[in-house]
Ligand binder design. Sequence first.
Ligand SMILES: N=C(N)NCCC[C@H](NC(=O)CCC(=O)O)C(=O)O
Length: 444
Amino acid sequence: MKHFEANFDGLVGPTHNYAGLSFGNVASFSNADAVSNPKQAAKQGLAKAKALADMGLVQGMLAPQERPDMACLRQLGFSGTDAEVLSQAAKQAPQILRSVASASSMWTANAATVSPSADTSDGRIHFTPANLVDKLHRSIEAPVTGRILKATFANDAFFAHHDALPHHPLLGDEGAANHTRLCRQYGSAGVELFAYGQSSLIGSPRPQKFPARQTLEASQAVARLHGLDSDNTVFMQQNPDVIDQGVFHNDVISVGNRNVLFYHEQAFLHTEQKFAEIRDKYGDGELHFIKVPTAAVSIKDAVSSYLFNTQLVSFDDDSMAIIAPTDCQENPAVERYLNELVQMGTPINKVHFFDVKQSMQNGGGPACLRLRVAMNQAELDAVNPHTLMNDNLFTRLNAWVDKHYRDRLSEADLADPQLLIESRTALDELTQIMHLGSVYPFQR
Ligand SMILES: N=C(N)NCCC[C@H](NC(=O)CCC(=O)O)C(=O)O
């Protein structure tokens, strides 16, 4: 049976804004209070998704969340009409209002960890929504993320859905952003590589300045839930020094696809020892560890250009392309490196650039915007077809964005009750376009 990797991109929500919410994420902090353009952000994301579909790749979309999250504001003691709740929150707790208004669910690499059926003990695809406990604005995503995943992958015979891990710092889980998979073919069992930032229980080294969001204990729990075999699982620590330089997720410093791991030389701790374990567990077959040396690309350049927050995609002839943000073209060292990379004789022989600047300004590159799901044809046939990208969905979603989205949003707008009404109206229509049912709190 044919196997492939599908990418499910997060549709940017109507409240996309720059609120400086992510300590440790350089772009988020440096663009705090900039004026955003939600319409452009959504269209940039749709254009990238459609372009990948047009390359022959399987591409889906995941719906955004209801924001501002009024249920959360009410849980925090704000009361009255929706307009009163928003106005009290804006006056008394503006930082909380910014958090509940974030469109951060667009970065679906953080939606969940996904293990394909070839790796799991029961032969189903397993999903665990990430608890994202490190940041308030992200920690409120998991319940609705779970519902959207269930509405998208809605067939128990093929898909197993778990609850997010308990919301405790010991179990901080950032989903697929700290997980990758190496395999010969998408349909054959692979090595699942979990990259963690810290472990309180084994007392691992930790960053001094910025948080390490993913814990070893969370990665181990997800591996257990998914029924992974220890022979096919490797836990590797991110280098705390690079977390302190803005590498808040491991997908900011490495990306894997099939038999390639593209990584910066400073990405991990105990690199050679861990690569030996990967080689051992991978077994026969060529494995490419493509190391980018600091002398070619500094950590600063990697973080500002998002060279590693790129998508590595495979085509039927086994060649691979890098899907990169245009920011990589604008950085001379990174552009030079990419020009050399495609000549190096590795499976990567092409680069495609996309302008996703609205997302980049919040620290979200092409790889953050997508959740990978390796699947076979029978599993794809079981996916909600209305979430899959094609000419029709692209046209409908662009028209939907044009109808409902603003082209300018600043902090002052977040308390506007009209923005809440606009968002709910848009999302209500979206659930009909994508046949999702009542996934949002305002619909229940
Ligand atoms: N690397 C991956 N996979 N995802 C990127 C997530 C970016 C996101 N930014 C934000 O949440 C910024 C929101 C703001 O400041 O308005 C984050 O830090 O969690």
